[in-house]
Ligand binder design. Sequence first.
Ligand SMILES: Nc1nc2c(ncn2[C@@H]2O[C@H](COP(=O)(O)OP(=O)(O)O[C@H]3O[C@H](CO)[C@@H](O)[C@H](O)[C@@H]3O)[C@@H](O)[C@H]2O)c(=O)[nH]1
Length: 245
Amino acid sequence: MSISKKKALIIIPTYNESQNIEKLLEEIYNQKNDINILIVDDNSPDKTYEIIENLMKDKYNKKLFLLKRAGKLGLGTAYIEGFRWALKNEYDYIFEMDADFSHNPIYIPKFLEEIENNDLIIGSRYVNDGGVKNWGIIRKIVSRGGSLYAKIILGLPLNDITGGFKCFKKEVLENMDLDRIKSNGYSFQVELNYITYLKGYKIKEVPIIFEDRTLGKSKMSKKIFLEAILMVWWMRFNRRFLKNI
Ligand SMILES: Nc1nc2c(ncn2[C@@H]2O[C@H](COP(=O)(O)OP(=O)(O)O[C@H]3O[C@H](CO)[C@@H](O)[C@H](O)[C@@H]3O)[C@@H](O)[C@H]2O)c(=O)[nH]1
């Protein structure tokens, strides 16, 4: 079957992204006009959801959707709810993407091409031709170190393990019990990659240049960072549980 016959959905979790979201949607649709987008908004105080509600009525009618949750419940659970929605609505290819332009929409066509012969595509900062822009030295060390830490402890043959620009084939998500995923922050990405790998799916890293956001603020915190450090050890010792999740 050709790409055009497959249904693709991009899930974008949002919390206070009113400065970014409309422009991002425009750029995504410039890259790929026939794709659907699901925003999972946690009742953003800056009313990001109102921008979406207006665009859904008019400009992006029937291609833009919104799940509005009661309050800030975390990135991981936002994706889990998005995945459930995607499976219920029979999407074949399911993307994860940030709202802040750190994930450049120009890569979407490449991901769609590569997912045909793979089960999970990871936009990777740490393979040839990948990289980061506008990051200070500390953030570079923490991010690169974090991926190496998870790679060594878990024995994962991947270079960018925490990255959040991805595309799944629906079978991967259908064949895991989403209710049993434990992580919510950075380690959410690690846990999903690890389960996908343990189940024997084909994972490919595609190089991306990750650019730090210029508008709005990152929501990541010390707590999320600590969760990631500890969760990697939990995953290491619960390999069998995760393989059968
Ligand atoms: N709905 C919802 N969205 C959220 C929440 N927290 C963050 N988001 C949304 O999730 C996206 C990423 O949030 P950032 O706060 O910009 O995250 P980051 O620190 O840059 O982390 C990114 O990079 C990490 C690794 O480099 C990734 O692990 C992570 O998934 C994300 O892609 C943004 O669209 C943001 O609005 C939340 O609690 N609820």
